[in-house]
Design a protein around this ligand. Structure first.
Ligand code: IMP
Length: 199
């Protein structure tokens, strides 16, 4: 009985970012899971690794709330800038923004970049599982119009006809995105766990 309560079809997602929630909700819904947004600021963990940030913040939040929780840490890694802003994406977005990134990339022909997402699931007293998703693409030459979420207006994923993430709808973005990939991995693992526990 206790286990039934701990592993439910509702997934508690810790984030202060509503755009992430819209994307995650869509992916988890495909697996018959519902997403409950706990609009808390992710516990700030200092690390150069997004996997480590996601893992530690899930661990700490699960303990604090006494709930199974999911957290995500993501970042944009630009090849010509040796992976910058990477784990510092949030700070760089707030300070330099898309305009600042384009300025750094002025006159640079090598525009390869990738988005990475690390999704962590933690129980209050249990092991933490981390799932990673990566999408390759390029930094655009100008800021696109469309949905305004972080670096979406300057990131052109491979295989989407040259459109930026900002010009794709949530479903189209989820098909190829770092977050879509990582959350599908999580959902596959989580739903198989549910089947095992309740069969
Ligand atoms: P966070 O630390 O996981 O919230 O992500 C760091 C920063 O990366 C965010 O503030 C966003 O600006 C940016 N970011 C993360 N994921 C995405 C995305 O899917 N699209 C655009 N920007 C993103």
């Amino acid at each position: 009985m206790k286990e039934k309560r701990r592993y439910g079809k509702a997934v508690y997602f810790i984030s202060s970012n509503i755009n992430k929630f819209y994307e995650v909700r869509e992916v988890l819904n495909e697996f018959g899971l519902s997403t409950v947004l706990l609009r808390l600021r992710k516990v700030e963990v200092q690390s150069d690794s997004i996997e480590e940030v996601a893992r530690r913040s899930a661990e700490l939040t699960a303990k604090e709330l006494g709930l199974n929780v999911v957290t995500e840490d993501a970042g944009l890694f630009i090849k010509a800038l040796n992976g910058f802003p990477g784990p510092y994406s949030s700070y760089v977005y707030r300070t330099l923004g898309n305009q600042g990134i384009l300025k750094l990339m002025e006159g640079v022909d090598e525009r390869d970049a990738e988005f990475r997402s690390a999704v962590a699931f933690a129980e209050p007293e249990g092991e933490v599982k981390v799932f990673v998703g990566v999408v390759k693409g390029e930094i655009a030459r100008k800021i696109a119009s469309g949905r305004k979420f972080g670096f979406d207006p300057i990131f052109v994923p491979v295989g989407c006809g040259g459109k930026t993430f900002a010009e794709l709808d949530v479903r189209e973005k989820n098909k190829v995105s770092h977050r879509g990939i990582a959350f599908r991995k999580f959902a596959e693992w989580y739903t198989s766990l549910l089947k095992l526990k309740f069969k």
